[in-house]
Write a protein that binds this ligand. Structure first.
Ligand code: GAL
Length: 721
């Protein structure tokens, strides 16, 4: 009975949308009456500049894509409640229209939770402080805020007539993101929230289907979809829904402290071919172009500034070969099969112990076949029809006419490209010392006890000073024995620099696996008052996890001093002074006017290997149009600005741990399988978009936390040979 009424609902929905232009059935998404095999790729608009968009979109089109997929980044669009930003890198309408002009479709993944290794998973930090809020569950304040933003985005898109039902390019939209696993954890409230989210989205009446990824109870007519390295065995929750793969991971993201993951193209192509041979009809590469986490947009914590992802188009917008070409050829082969693929289900037959044929044969006579060898290490010769076919290990051959193999996923024709970073100039630096803040001065706020960092900074900066005075009695035994007391600081993350009486005593930082940290060191204290100043540094807020809005950052204690006459002194409940951000941030040293408001030193006075230092230089734009980057290998950790725009966090001193052995394409892939860069900086080069430069007099400002040698920084051109 229930089943019957469900079918009725879908039937009615399909009927009512005959007039609209995007529908679906068991086989495929149907656009203007035509079933389509759709190849899509993720390009996140704020991870490149508007000047780069047309070229990226064109390269995606040339690579055989039909659809560009992007998340919508709430915290970029609504930096404070009710104040919207759709400018520059957040000009979503312009991005969607550029895709339309190129003749491609758009999949708009509104979320508004997006994960995406993006700061706070896309949520604005102010959302955490809405009274009574709990994220991503059946919670009134959260649902109201989510609905308001989703309505805003749909309203903007409708206003510009961007849905396919209005003649625009948007053929699909996503609500939520991989909520299924969360729902499974939290139970009933999760279930009612996901139902609510689906209905809220449907009520917005976009005229195009909604999807929910990793949501196997997605209510009709919402389509549940698969994300992963492989999705061939995925089945949507109803037979009348198409089999869609919304995130086919082309590689993986880099973390500070981690190596650079990559995914061999043979395996990528194999996974796509297997998905298609099993009846899949929509595949989206996540990422097709990863780009850059400019500014403080990286999530994590500890997500690197580069979001290259080993994608077919690299961080700089250049083609990554042979990945780009091999996938283009795969798409051509799949498209040759399209008439058969969208018409019938495959018949599967065995060709050997580990080999199969998937044949799509229509009544009208068209026929396409996929011959697969699942053996990870041995090739096979199979007989199909009247012919023999050689299948390399872990590969699929595509036969658009059931006779000639036009493509094999493991036979890569395109040559491998080697990116080259050619230095074009070095710089002449000025420096300015950031001051160590100290307790109870005018520009600090004093509170009893230790306070969570983000509740104080609201994430307006990475930096928060925690300061207090340590009184040492002249009778303390250690003053005579010279056995210094042990200072221990527990922090919820992510890095800290400890100063005593203005001198750096030490630095500690967490990592992506465990970002909590403990500073523990014998410290040199004198009789009387000692100034303890700790700079606590955030490195991106979490972008996922159960109720991550409740996770903490900063020093929550205890903070103790051991080895005194009284043995251990717990200072956690002391009066602590707080100062938000750096002096250089308050002075806007990264801008032209801010930087001219202070005295910089030059020549031999320029600070070297000194923590908490600002550096500044000017330079002319190099000739040509090759993408540019800064080689930061001589530096420690901090942030970079060009002409007032933030390039992101640098942290070349965090080297990549892990093993980078040989990596064979055959066999099941995961993000830990293929790594490069071990023992090297996790990220050495930092992309400088050409669009942010003028021909001469560009101002480059760097804030260095750890201490580095600025003379080692160079500007490089990236090229592909
Ligand atoms: C997925 C998620 C994406 C991204 C990806 C890893 O689970 O939906 O937003 O975080 O993992 O890059």
């Amino acid at each position: 009975m229930l089943k019957m009424s469900k079918i009725m609902v879908v039937f009615l929905w399909v009927c009512s949308s005959v007039m609209a232009s995007v529908t679906y059935d068991h086989k495929a998404i149907i656009i203007n009456g035509r079933r389509r095999i759709l190849i899509s790729g993720s390009i996140h608009y704020p991870r490149s500049t508007p000047q780069m968009w047309p070229d990226l979109i064109q390269k995606a089109k040339d690579g055989g894509l039909d659809v560009i997929d992007t998340y919508v980044f709430w915290n970029g669009h609504e930096p404070s409640p009710g104040h919207y930003n759709f400018e520059d890198r957040y000009d979503l309408v312009r991005f969607v229209k550029l895709v339309q002009q190129a003749g491609l479709y758009v999949h708009l993944r509104i979320g508004p939770y997006v994960c995406a290794e993006w700061n706070f998973g896309g949520f604005p930090v102010w959302l955490k402080y809405v009274p009574g809020i709990a994220f991503r569950t059946d919670n009134g304040p959260f649902k109201a805020a989510m609905q308001k933003f989703t309505e805003k985005i749909v309203g903007v898109m409708k206003g510009e007539k961007l849905y396919e039902s209005q003649g625009g390019p948007i053929i699909l939209s996503q609500i939520e993101n991989e909520y299924g696993p969360v729902e499974w954890e939290i139970g009933a409230p999760g279930k009612s929230y996901s139902k609510w989210a689906a209905q809220m989205a449907l009520d917005l009446d976009t005229g195009v289907p909604w999807v929910m990824c990793k949501q196997d109870d997605a209510p009709d007519p919402v389509i549940d979809t698969c994300n992963g390295f492989y999705c061939e065995n995925f089945k949507p929750n109803q037979v009348y829904k198409p089999k869609m793969w919304t995130e086919a991971w082309t590689g993986w993201f880099t973390e500070f402290g981690g190596p650079a993951p990559y995914r061999p193209v043979e395996d990528m192509a194999y996974s796509v071919a297997r998905f298609i041979q099993n009846g899949g009809s929509f595949i989206n590469y996540y990422m097709y172009h990863g780009g850059t986490n400019f500014g403080r947009t990286a999530g994590g914590p500890f997500i690197a500034t580069s979001y290259d992802y080993d994608a077919p188009i690299d961080e700089y917008g250049l083609l990554r070969e042979p990945k780009w070409s091999h996938l283009r050829d795969l798409h051509k082969a799949i498209k040759l099969c399209e008439p058969a693929l969208v018409s019938v289900d495959p018949t599967v037959s065995s060709l050997g112990s580990n080999q199969e044929a998937h044949v799509f044969k229509t009544r009208s006579g068209s026929c396409a076949a996929f011959l697969a060898n699942y053996d990870a290490s041995s090739s096979a010769t199979v007989t199909f029809g009247n012919n023999q076919y050689d299948l390399p290990p872990w590969s699929v051959s595509i036969l658009p006419d059931c006779k000639s193999a036009v493509f094999n996923t493991a036979k890569v024709g395109a040559p491998t490209s080697q990116p080259k970073m050619t230095p074009v100039s070095s710089f002449s630096w000025l420096s300015y010392n950031e001051e160590t803040a100290s307790a109870y001065t005018e520009d600090t706020t004093t509170m009893a006890g230790l306070v969570e960092q983000i509740s104080v900074t609201r994430d307006s900066t990475d930096y928060l000073w925690y300061m207090t005075d340590i009184r040492i009695d002249p009778n303390e035994g250690f003053l005579k024995s010279g056995q210094w007391p042990l200072l221990t600081v527990f922090s919820a993350g992510h890095a800290l620099h400890v100063f005593i009486n203005g001198q750096l005593s030490g630095t500690t930082y967490g990592g992506a696996e465990n970002y909590k940290l403990t500073f523990s060191k014998y410290v040199n204290l004198r009789a009387g008052i000692n100034k303890l100043s700790i700079l606590s540094v955030a490195v991106g807020l979490p972008n996922g996890g159960l109720h991550y809005e409740t996770w903490n950052t900063g020093i929550l204690g205890p903070v103790t001093l051991k080895g005194l006459n009284e043995d251990t002194r717990d200072m956690s409940g002391y009066k602590w002074s707080y100062k938000i951000g750096l002096k250089g941030e308050a002075l806007n040293l990264h801008t032209a006017s801010g930087s001219s408001s202070v005295e910089w030193v030059a020549g031999s006075l320029v600070a070297q290997k000194q923590p908490l230092t600002w550096y500044k230089t000017t330079f002319d734009s190099p000739e040509g149009n090759e993408p540019l980057a800064l080689d930061m290998s001589s530096m420690g950790k901090g942030q970079i600005w060009i002409n007032g725009q933030s390039i992101g966090r640098h942290w070349p001193a965090y080297t990549a741990r892990g093993s980078c052995g040989k990596c064979n394409y055959g066999g099941i892939f995961n993000e830990k399988k293929c790594h490069s860069n071990c023992g090297e900086p996790s990220q050495r080069w930092y992309h400088i978009p050409r669009a942010w430069l003028k021909s001469s007099g560009n101002m480059l400002v760097i804030f260095e936390e750890w201490g580095g040698n600025p003379e080692g920084i160079s500007l490089v051109k990236r090229s592909i040979s």
